[in-house]
Write a protein that binds this ligand. Structure first.
Ligand code: HEC
Ligand code: HEC
Length: 268
């Protein structure tokens, strides 16, 4: 392997291994991924963002970065690494998906260790431009939402940070919600599934579990059904009402995020 390592990077390699086992456990990241991530971070990022991701002249603090704090499984961080922001001094880096997810795991441990995931007072959240946020909202969100309907008064219901979490990750992201347990927000957000049995009979309901071998659901009457799967049998169709949110997540830019949050916060 080729080492291109500036002096800061050598220091980083010493320091970046220092994620404590408690922080790793608390953050629920895979310890091996974190260890690999520490090294990949030191090699590729530390020279600019500092050995502990606390920033440097010319490159921002990643531990306090809203984007890093709001990230789930690299959905927000991944695109920044893959595409860079060449105009703003963040290079496009050619890393493997494995390296990216390792670095993401390491970054999550850093934010967890700094306790920003739970205590950060998101002062930056409302720096966006509500007018631009409104334009974005009208283009991307009104198929399902309305500022005078379901989202009326949403700016009163949540503090800005919670609000941002709600629309970025309506299914249980946001404050303290990391770690994989899906928090079902409401009936409207529930993932539903339709199973078509060999006989042609269909059974639909809220998805309870789906893997290669089983599908389980609870029907409208609350009854639990579970079927063994083998390839395409039985046929399983999943409907996720929040898929639009998940799809949009990879498209937002930072200004989009701040502008939309500022707009939503203005809906009193
Ligand atoms: C050559 C210096 C340089 C390197 C190397 C670099 N970055 Fe950056 N990075 C920057 C700069 C400058 C910005 C700010 C860009 C902006 O203002 O939008 C940035 C922004 C970011 C952001 C967005 C932060 C935010 O809040 O918007 C993330 C995340 C990030 N970098 C992660 C990484 C990771 C992870 C690596 C290593 C894989 C890395 N960077 C390597 C210079 C660098
Ligand atoms: C294809 C439909 C669809 C699109 C497009 C969509 N959403 Fe949603 N959104 C939903 C569903 C479904 C929920 C879950 C509602 C619930 O929990 O009752 C939701 C939840 C939300 C919530 C949380 C509401 C609450 O009371 O906690 C916010 C805020 C939100 N969306 C904002 C947005 C914004 C901003 C956009 C555009 C950038 C957007 N949505 C695009 C379907 C969509």
């Amino acid at each position: 392997m080729i080492w291109v390592c500036l002096p800061t990077c050598l220091i980083a390699q010493k320091n970046s291994e220092s994620a404590s086992p408690a922080a790793i456990a608390g953050s629920k990241e895979d310890p091996q991924a974190v260890e690999r991530g520490a090294k990949a971070y030191a090699d590729n990022c530390a020279g600019c963002h500092g050995p502990k991701a606390r920033g440097n002249v010319g490159a921002p603090d990643l531990v306090r970065s809203l984007l890093v704090l709001d990230d789930e499984k690299g959905i927000l961080i991944g695109p920044v690494i893959r595409n860079g922001r060449p105009d703003a001094g963040m290079p496009k880096l050619n890393l493997t998906e494995q390296q990216i997810s390792d670095i993401v795991a390491w970054l999550h441990v850093q934010t967890y260790a700094a306790d920003h995931r739970t205590t950060y007072e998101f002062l930056d959240v409302l720096t966006g431009d509500a007018k631009k946020g409104e334009v974005y909202f009208n283009q991307n969100c009104t198929a399902c939402h309305s500022a005078t309907g379901d989202l009326k008064g949403i700016g009163k219901r949540y503090d800005p940070f919670t609000l941002q979490g709600r629309w970025l990750q309506p299914r249980g992201g946001g404050r303290g919600g990391r770690g994989g347990e899906a928090v079902q927000t409401s009936k409207r957000a529930a993932i539903t599934v339709t199973v078509t049995l060999g006989s042609g009979q269909t059974v639909s309901g809220e998805l309870v579990r789906l893997d290669d071998f089983n599908v389980a659901l609870r029907d409208a009457a609350g009854e639990y059904h579970s079927y063994t799967r083998s390839g395409e049998n039985p046929k399983v169709e999943v409907h996720d009402p929040l898929k639009a949110h998940t799809d949009l997540l990879s498209k937002y830019t930072d200004p989009d995020i701040h502008n939309v949050t500022a707009y939503l916060a203005s809906l009193k």
